[in-house]
Ligand binder design. Sequence first.
Ligand code: ADP
Length: 218
Amino acid sequence: MAMIEIEHVTKTFGNKSNEVIALQDVSLSIGAGEFVVFLGPSGCGKSTLLRMLAGLTAPSAGRLAIEGRPIHGRDPAVGMVFQSYTSFPWLTVEDNVGFGLELANVPRATRRETTRAILDRVSLTKFAGAYPSQLSGGMQQRVAISRALAMDPKILLMDEPFGALDAMTRVEMQSFLLDIWSQDRKTVVFVTHDIDEAILLADRIVVFSPHPGRIAEE
Ligand code: ADP
């Protein structure tokens, strides 16, 4: 069974007189452990499709499923990382990474063990007690990725996660992500409009075209 099934998905916004077809009749199957990049210019529906996979918005038509389960809202198998730094400024690095675990009522000792192990992996141990504003952009994005990883998701959805970083940091983060992926073999769906980034990271590149958003080629 595929990890992710997208079948004849269409998404429209607005009303009859002012309708935007963000995606039209998109079908795609993604296997466990694949690193898939959605590539295309802005406005071709990449983020909309990712948000549907995250259960943040529903399709207008068609079906999406994870491990055969139709997607209705958040799925515990899914972690998401956005472009903007999404850490809570009033929490320390360690508390940011452990935030999802706390919501899931994981006991403090286990939480601490998990967050410490992840911080070690992403080389942020020294910054466990620091606040996000004290970190560089690349470090803040490592915190956001760590928070997703702490929940041990099978699927990692990433929406232009390195788009706001400078070129050097971006290259560093790309190799960091590939390291994580080769160790854990999570299923990754990564959105970008950067062709070089797609070629560097992906097993499979799905190219989207705009107006309406469709898969142009793989
Ligand atoms: P991409 O990620 O490829 O840049 P998006 O998925 O963000 O593309 O957007 C696809 C199309 O859907 C665009 O024309 C965009 O304006 C429209 N769109 C996306 N979200 C909304 C929304 N919440 N309301 C209205 N239109 C939207």
